[in-house]
Design a protein. Structure first.
Length: 117
């Protein structure tokens, strides 16, 4: 079995600026990085709080947990065999290898591994 580590919670937003301001002022989270007007990651301590618009959210309108793993394909297959569902097969984006899945209760997960530099 590959190692897994919860690293991110992805929340939906329709207004990235407003959401960044809310989490910064209300909870004191600092901005780690921002990708245009569609995605931002805030420092939530041991877990990043990501804010994503419809353009970049893996399952918009739902809270999604980002799980870092060293083998995206194997982790996605384990989810499927355990009664979950693969929403989007493993793919590469600009920064990481990802798969979007539902667990056996319909909760969203993004399984990811950074791409080699």
């Amino acid at each position: 079995m590959t190692a897994s580590d919860v690293r991110m919670i992805v929340l939906s937003t329709d207004n990235l600026d407003k959401s960044i301001d809310f989490y910064a002022r209300t909870l004191g989270f600092s901005l780690k990085f921002r990708d245009g007007n569609h995605f931002a990651a805030l420092d939530g301590g041991s877990v990043s709080v990501a804010l994503a618009t419809l353009d970049d959210h893996p399952i918009h309108g739902r809270v999604v947990v980002g799980v870092r793993t060293d083998d995206v394909e194997a982790a996605a297959e384990r989810v499927r065999k355990a009664g979950g569902h693969i929403v989007r097969e493993p793919y590469d984006d600009a920064h990481e290898r990802r798969a979007v899945v539902f667990d056996d209760q319909g909760n969203g997960l993004v399984l990811y591994s950074p791409l080699p530099a």
